[in-house]
Design a protein around this ligand. Structure first.
Ligand code: ASP
Ligand code: MG
Length: 457
């Protein structure tokens, strides 16, 4: 058994769903459990409708729902054919009827409570999973529909629910495994329900998490995340061309890269897979023959390439905090971090000396308040327009000379902050945004002129 997850763009239209059916058919003998996101931008549109209803514009909200109905009917009609449509139509009608009721409730309450947010957002995956199941059937790939809310049992933290693992896994064994014995099954990602049957969601982008939970639940041999990129590259394609496909990377390395918006999974989404030692593979639904990136429990050590990937992030702000009171004192760092905490601003990189601390943030909406508060206890300076560059590789820690090579490649770049050690498998530093492209190109040339065929395609 395998899990195959397809995101919103992969199921955004009749043509896209047909392509998905082809990909699944080619792997049908591996008994796939297919997990789908909402079609295209449906989740955003549902939530926008809820906002309208809450703001007193129920009419506008219902019009949005009507447009979504037309969209689903049109795309489903184009791929399902009249016979399947005759069965699907009443189901679609029922869902849109319920959606209207939900929007009316939102309007009545005058706000989108977390429970109503989940309820509204859930229609996207409820609909897409039904449409995809019918479409598969029409395309000669008989599939069973699995209601995610009957298997993915969560706590009641609406908009951010977490699975109750042992119950969820028991449900997958009871309900999904028998379906897969007979063939393909399809379920919606992102959604679940409490033990009392109240609809919940796992948070935006939660379908990857669903796929990982489902994989762990059925004891899949592999979890495939189908996206629109080939997999993880040795450098960010938005910054520099010519990156090489990383064929295999460890969970820990992938987690380090996740922060940088590299097209990988959020680290917490792969946790259930890690715990059961199930590999996760990133694949491209537009180029299904590319082998993609496999994320596995243990790193594949490479003598040739201690660095597996260079990630980066623009729009970083450095905060430099300096105080003589810090000298041999305790409690100072705590006071600094409390300020960031009070303003709910995550701190990413930190480096300290005896009398100063530098740290980076990427959210600056509360920066003037933070600066004012810190100024009461220290000298503060804020430097905007920075970028973090992060080299990731399990072997960085034990390969002598990596930092010499890094800083030689950056010989004419002003490096503002450096950090190595926290995770042992990353070396990060901060440069001016203006220097980013030049710095990344030169590092990439330095570390990827030779490629280990075990690791890179
Ligand atoms: N449809 C949900 C969202 O847009 C979940 C997902 O696609 O992963 O956030
Ligand atoms: Mg996604």
């Amino acid at each position: 058994m395998i899990v195959m997850k397809f995101g919103g763009t992969s199921v955004e239209s009749a043509a896209a769903i047909e392509r998905v059916a082809g990909i699944v058919r080619a792997r049908a003998d591996r008994k796939p459990l297919v997990v789908v996101s909402a079609m295209g931008k449906t989740t955003n549109r549902l939530l926008a409708a809820a906002d309208k209803a809450a703001a007193g514009n129920l009419e506008g909200a219902l019009r949005d729902a009507e447009e979504l109905r037309a969209f689903h009917q049109r795309e489903a009609g184009a791929v399902c054919g009249p016979e399947r449509m005759a069965v699907l139509e009443p189901a679609l009608a029922r869902h849109f009827g319920e959606l209207e009721e939900t929007l009316e409730t939102v309007a009545k309450e005058g706000q989108v409570t977390p429970a109503l947010w989940d309820e509204t957002a859930s229609y996207g995956e409820r609909l897409s999973s039904l449409v995809v199941t019918s479409a598969f059937g029409a395309l000669g790939l008989e599939a069973a529909h699995l209601d995610a809310r009957e298997v993915l049992i969560t706590d009641s933290r609406h908009t951010q629910a977490l699975p109750l693992y042992s119950r969820t896994y028991a449900r997958f064994q009871e309900k999904a495994a028998p379906l897969l014995e007979r063939g393909v099954a399809v379920m919606g990602g992102f959604i679940g329900s409490t033990p009392q049957g109240v609809t919940t969601t796992l948070g935006r982008g939660g379908s990857d998490f669903s796929a990982s939970i489902a994989g762990a639940g059925i004891g899949a041999e592999e979890i495939q995340i189908w996206t629109d990129v080939d997999g993880m590259l040795s450098c960010d394609p938005r910054v520099a061309e010519g990156g090489h496909l990383v064929k295999v990377i460890s969970f820990a390395e992938a987690a380090e890269l996740a922060y940088f918006g590299a097209k990988v999974l959020h680290p917490s989404t792969v946790l259930p897979a890690v715990e059961k030692n199930i590999p996760v593979r990133i694949l491209n639904s537009r180029r299904p023959d590319v082998e993609g990136t496999r994320i596995v429990a243990e790193a594949v050590p490479s003598r040739i390439n201690p660095v597996k990937s260079i990630a980066c992030k623009r729009g970083i702000t450095i905060v430099n905090i300096r105080s003589l009171r810090m000298l041999m004192a305790h409690g100072f760092l705590r006071r600094i971090f409390e300020v960031f905490d009070r303003y709910r601003t995550p701190v990413d990189m930190v480096s300290t000396s005896e009398v100063s601390v530098s740290l980076t943030v990427d959210r600056t909406d509360q920066m003037s308040e933070i600066e004012a508060e810190l100024s009461r206890i220290a000298e503060v300076s804020v430097l905007r327009g920075q970028a973090i560059i992060c080299l990731v590789g399990d072997a960085i820690r034990e390969t002598p000379g990596v930092s010499a090579r890094v800083f030689a490649s950056l010989r004419d770049v002003n490096v503002r902050m450096i950090s190595q050690g926290a995770s042992l498998l990353n070396l990060s530093f901060v440069v001016d945004e203006d220097d980013l492209v030049r710095a990344v190109k030169s590092l990439h040339a330095e570390f990827f002129s030779q490629l280990d065929p075990e690791v890179f395609a």
